[in-house]
Design a protein around this ligand. Structure first.
Ligand code: 13P
Ligand code: SF4
Length: 327
């Protein structure tokens, strides 16, 4: 069976939109109706007209679409949870809040912000406390707005994104559980991280700068502060694509983000900033077989892998997501 042809036939027949994140494998990515980074996909999926959305990405992305458009039936070829999102649940979020309370910061003085890479239950807790969601594209804007409330920002789950934005904005950051007093910081980050973006190092940057003088180093803000500090450009997935598009094609670049994206952009002057192939394992659990199976389940009226979020969680997580869209 030619899986690609079978998928194309089912796509034609069914009332479905196939959505794929930039980190998906090329074989899946090329079959999508909509592609983008996490912010673009959340927005564009909401506007689709089809009954079914088949979301090729990681769990929190499918959940976000379901929360924003509960009337849609969202299916995922593989409900794989982003490793960073898995580092925090509502219980550990509430423990982080308690850590701040114990340090003398009451709830009224805490404004939580969760990176979109978190489960619906965490978004809901954030929503209940008056907080909001951000993505790597808009984190600076969201934090700028949040600071106006004159509260301490509890940033979850990505420590690196929180620290990078704090540094860029000249703010003081610390990490939940560290010995220093959280009252002295503007942003208190939960200690989560992306294992893929931790693969890049300052030594990698030194290697490429020595080998190709004049090379530009481009990083995603999930990389460490040390790597981002040494980079020529730091941006979200779509900001990286835009930045590279505007460069002289002869400009050599080394990019610190997920392999599938960099490989797609790749020409003779583009390098992956790592000796280890930085593939996101969960993103890459979706292949043609999984995509075919989920489409076939719609055709057979035996729906598989549907994303479901309970009403109460949807209500609060939606509030947190909508606060982001308002900004
Ligand atoms: P973007 O928000 O840039 O799409 O990033 C999502 C992600 O998971 C990066 O690792
Ligand atoms: Fe999560 Fe990292 Fe994969 Fe992005 S690259 S989906 S943050 S594990």
């Amino acid at each position: 069976m030619d899986l690609k042809q079978e998928i194309l036939k089912l796509k034609e027949k069914l009332d479905v939109t196939i959505v794929a994140h930039y980190y998906q494998h090329d074989s899946v990515f090329e079959l999508a109706d909509i592609v983008g980074d996490s912010l673009e996909l959340a927005k564009k999926s909401m506007e689709t007209q089809t009954e079914f959305i088949v979301f090729c990405g990681v769990g929190f992305m499918g959940q976000s679409v379901k929360i924003l458009a509960p009337e849609k039936r969202v299916l995922m070829p593989k409900i794989a949870c982003c490793a960073m999102a898995r580092m925090i649940e509502s219980e550990s979020f509430l423990e982080a809040v308690k850590y701040l309370n114990d340090a003398g910061i009451p709830n009224e003085k805490i404004l939580p912000i969760t990176y979109i890479n978190s489960n619906a239950s965490v978004k809901a807790e954030v929503g209940k406390m008056g907080g909001m969601v951000c993505t790597s594209s808009n984190a600076e804007k969201i934090i700028t707005k949040a600071l106006k409330e004159n509260k301490k920002i509890l940033f979850v789950p990505d420590r690196c994104l929180g620290e990078n934005i704090a540094k860029k904005m000249g703010l003081k950051s610390t990490v939940v559980g560290r010995r220093d007093d959280p009252k002295d910081a503007d942003i208190i980050c939960f200690n989560g991280f992306c294992s893929v973006h931790q693969l890049f190092s300052v030594e990698d940057i030194e290697f490429f700068r020595n080998k190709y003088p004049g090379i530009k180093i481009i990083s995603h803000p999930e990389c460490t502060v040390e790597v981002c500090d040494e980079s020529d450009f730091v941006g979200s997935t779509s900001q990286i694509i835009k930045y590279i598009d505007a460069l002289d094609p002869e400009q050599k670049i080394a990019v610190a983000t997920e392999f599938n994206l960099v490989n797609r952009l790749r020409d003779k002057n583009t390098y992956v900033l790592s000796a280890t192939k930085p593939v996101c394992p969960t993103m890459n659990e979706t292949g043609l077989q999984e995509l075919y199976d989920v489409l076939k389940s719609i055709d057979d009226n035996d729906i598989q892998n549907e994303v479901l979020v309970d009403e109460e969680t949807t209500k609060w997580a939606k509030i947190a997501l909508e606060r982001m869209f308002e900004i």
